[in-house]
Write a protein that binds this ligand. Structure first.
Ligand code: RIB
Ligand code: CA
Length: 309
């Protein structure tokens, strides 16, 4: 079986971590590189966290740092949702995985030149937009872009905007305007997918490093969800992008037209997902529905097989 080559552009981030571990646990895909972008926390921390996650599962994945600031006017201080360090504030030893000296945009472009490539974008879209700017042929080289971002109805940072798009709506505009095929996983889909306390307990029962780290990272994330949403169901936003690639068909998709509001007192970062008619021929699709019980079992069965080298 030909494994789909991935570059995962990420702002780890606890749910990023689960998405990344699912990718490493899945024989259908090969993680060529993790490219870090500023988002949940600053670039120094997201790059360090990407190295920590690479250490958990393999010795030889490229980790590169990308953009520290959005193209749009910066609007956000570091999020506390994922802990001060962005990964649930656990103790970590010094990472073994080195930081590649190249900028993330160059790693993305060179990976695209080397063969068929899928981009998985689970943070603000700054790195992808800058990569397009520096290498305009990138949009013709990349097979597919799967993005966690946006919302059809209600945001999570403002009533209008989801975090990844809100941080850099100008980057999102440029990414949506490119000709590459996009599958967007917005909040109305991702809120259907969540882990519950019994899943965290199952992770601890594995007595593996990956299980212990996952349960540890998810604990403060569950506390945040309890405070905000009144229950400890931890939403697996970013994992939906990887789930789509390793279990095709598990998420129902629909052809749409995508647009984003770049500026606006109330509407900055709002995404407009046009479903008003059948866009069967569109290269832009949106995730619509996922069965959470099937997803949870799939995820846990895959993560259980992972352990640190
Ligand atoms: O709105 C959810 C998104 O914002 C996820 O990618 C999460 O990691 C945060 O970056
Ligand atoms: Ca993320």
């Amino acid at each position: 079986m030909d494994r789909r080559r991935l570059v995962i552009d990420t702002d780890p981030g606890v749910d990023d971590a689960v998405a990344i571990l699912l990718a490493f646990a899945s024989p259908e895909v090969e993680v060529v590189a993790l490219t870090a972008v500023a988002g949940n926390v600053g670039l120094d921390k997201t790059a360090l966290n990407a190295r920590r996650l690479a250490d958990l599962v393999t010795e030889d994945v490229i980790v590169a740092a990308g953009c520290a600031e959005p193209l749009s006017e910066p609007v956000t201080e570091e999020s506390v949702v994922h802990g001060r360090d962005g990964l649930g504030d656990l103790e970590w030893s010094e990472p073994r995985t080195p930081l590649d000296p190249r900028h993330a945009t160059e790693v993305i472009y060179e990976a695209a030149l080397e063969g068929p490539l899928t981009l998985v974008a689970i943070g603000p879209l700054t790195n992808l937009a800058v990569a397009l700017e520096r290498h305009p042929d990138l949009e013709t080289l990349v097979e597919r872009v799967v993005i966690m971002g946006g919302a059809s109805f209600e945001g999570n940072v403002t009533p209008a905007a989801e975090f990844n798009i809100w941080v850099d709506p100008e980057a999102a505009r440029r990414v949506f305007a490119a000709s590459w095929p996009i599958t967007l996983m917005p909040l109305d889909l991702t809120h259907q997918a969540y882990l519950v306390d019994e899943d965290l307990a199952e992770m601890r029962s594995w007595s593996t490093t990956v299980g212990e780290r996952c349960a540890g990272m998810l604990e403060p994330y569950a506390a945040f969800h309890d405070e905000w949403y009144g229950n400890r169901d931890v939403i697996m936003h970013d994992a939906m992008c990887v789930y789509e690639l390793v279990s095709p068909g598990a998420i129902s998709l629909q052809g749409v037209r995508l647009a984003v509001e770049v500026t606006g007192e109330h509407a900055r970062g709002a995404t407009f997902i046009d479903r008003r008619r059948v866009h069967a021929d569109s290269v832009q699709r949106v995730g619509v529905h996922v069965d959470n019980d099937i997803f949870r079992r799939f995820l846990l069965d895959r993560l259980r097989q992972l352990d640190a080298p």
